[in-house]
Ligand binder design. Structure first.
Ligand SMILES: Nc1nc2c(ncn2[C@@H]2O[C@H](COP(=O)(O)OP(=O)(O)O)[C@@H](O)[C@H]2O)c(=O)[nH]1
Ligand SMILES: [Mg+2]
Length: 420
């Protein structure tokens, strides 16, 4: 009797308990619901592009991430349009940790656009932040217009700033090496331009070794740089006072180079980039100028004087062709002035003569603007590189050899200094 009703009741209760336990498990574990849904759909009913839900930090939602469709790789890697825009950052590929998507495997990313060409943009941004130094030295005999040229460079379109002397003040005779610096900013890029004016030479009866003070100054700047470089705790960015180019002023005699010019350039060309320049070009007729230029080039060649851009440092045929053209027009014949005049409603730098105004920045009047473009627009970086890689490197190697290796030593105040 008891057995008659106990067995069915016991079985019913067991079934109810098991059903309740199963229902709880189904509702509390969402993965089982998804498995249920997927198993109920036939393949052809699944959407072509499964919804990509972003991964949230909450672990319980990991199961919501549906694997994306793997697209075939393009035959030719496509360059995304965003690279043209300097400020935009490339969109990151979808990061699907643990789902086997594109992100971690990286196969398609490597075959696609990598972005190597953005290095130019990266370098530009770095240079904009740090700025750079560019140092020009002017040497030559007295009275050739070197000090005037310092003013011309700063007052011309290079900077439109005063170099220190007021407009009506007469430029005093230069008695010592003196540098003038200005930070010039263009398009967000800062350049600290320093022009080093030097006393003229050739006035003395004995001009022997008159290049020595100039040579000494150039080497001192290399030494300063080397000392900074060998310091244990060296600066992240070493201030660069090295002379990147030396404008050598040639007297506009129309004849030939003086022996002193030859000696001077011979000595300097071993340590610095020499750029010969014909001074006071307004004193020569166009024919005289062309003839004089040819003669100077020939004489420099005969004497074995390598001026900048040196043939041996042309990097390739393209470089050679470009530099050959420049070498054929050198030395640039320039006119300097720090006086401004009104010409056709515009203020211009010029020299007023009885027969008209010689315009410094007019390419039909003189070659100042060609020289400026050559120094800044086309060859500035190369001038800096040749200075660093050739002239400074030669100096450095010699100093390290002479010294048997540089050992940084501690000074009494605790700072590190080399034993140069
Ligand atoms: N004709 C002419 N005279 C110039 C030129 N540049 C400077 N001068 C003049 O030459 C003289 C000497 O100039 P300065 O700059 O002191 O020469 P430095 O001794 O080489 O520094 C001054 O009277 C200048 O006005 C130029 O391009 N043409
Ligand atoms: Mg002077």
């Amino acid at each position: 009797m008891f057995v008659d009703w106990f067995v069915p009741v016991y079985l019913l209760v067991s079934v109810l308990v098991l059903a309740g336990f199963g229902a709880c498990l189904y509702f509390l574990e969402p993965g089982l619901q998804d498995a249920h849904k997927w198993s109920n759909k036939s393949i052809k009913h699944q959407p072509l592009m499964p919804t990509l839900r972003t991964h949230r930090d909450d672990d319980s939602n990991m199961s919501e991430i549906v694997p994306p469709e793997v697209k075939p790789k393009p035959a030719v890697p496509a360059k995304p349009s965003h690279v043209a825009l300097p400020t935009s950052t490339p969109p990151a590929p979808p990061q699907l940790s643990g789902t086997g998507g594109q992100g971690s495997g990286g196969g398609s990313t490597l075959l696609g656009y990598v972005g190597i060409d953005t290095i130019i943009e990266q370098m530009r941004r770095k240079t904009m932040k740090t700025g750079f130094d560019f140092n020009i030295m002017i040497v030559g005999q007295s009275g050739l217009g070197k000090s005037t040229m310092v003013n011309t460079l700063f007052k011309s379109q290079v900077s439109r700033r005063s170099s220190g002397w007021s407009r009506d003040e007469k430029i005093p005779k230069t008695v010592e090496i003196k540098s003038v610096s200005h930070v010039i900013e263009e398009g967000g890029v800062k350049m600290k331009l320093t022009v080093i004016d030097t006393p003229g030479f050739g006035d003395q009866i004995n001009n022997e070794n008159c290049w020595e003070p100039i040579s000494k100054y150039i080497n001192e700047q290399y030494e300063k740089f080397l000392k900074e470089e060998v310091n244990i705790a060296r600066k992240k960015r070493i201030p660069d006072t090295r002379v990147h180019c030396c404008l050598y002023f040639i007297s506009p005699t129309g004849h030939s180079l003086r022996q002193l010019d030859i000696e001077f350039m011979k000595h300097l060309s071993r340590t610095v980039n020499i750029i010969p320049v014909i001074a006071k070009a307004d004193t020569l007729t166009p024919e005289e100028k062309t003839e004089f230029k040819q003669r100077v080039r020939k004489e420099l060649e005969v004497c074995g004087i390598e001026f900048y851009p040196q043939k041996e440092f042309d990097e390739d045929q393209e470089d050679k062709a470009e530099n050959d053209k420049i070498r054929e027009t050198m030395p640039f014949a320039v006119v300097g002035s720090d006086k401004e005049y009104q010409v056709n409603g515009k203020r211009i730098l010029g020299r007023k003569t009885a027969w008209g105004i010689v315009e410094v920045e007019n390419p039909n009047h003189c070659e100042f603007s060609q020289l400026r473009d050559f120094l800044i627009r086309s060859h500035l970086q190369d001038l800096k590189e040749v200075t660093h890689n050739i002239h400074y490197e030669t100096y450095r190697a010699k100093r390290l050899n002479d010294n048997g290796g540089l050992h940084p030593i501690s000074t009494s105040n605790g700072s590190q200094e080399s034993n140069l």
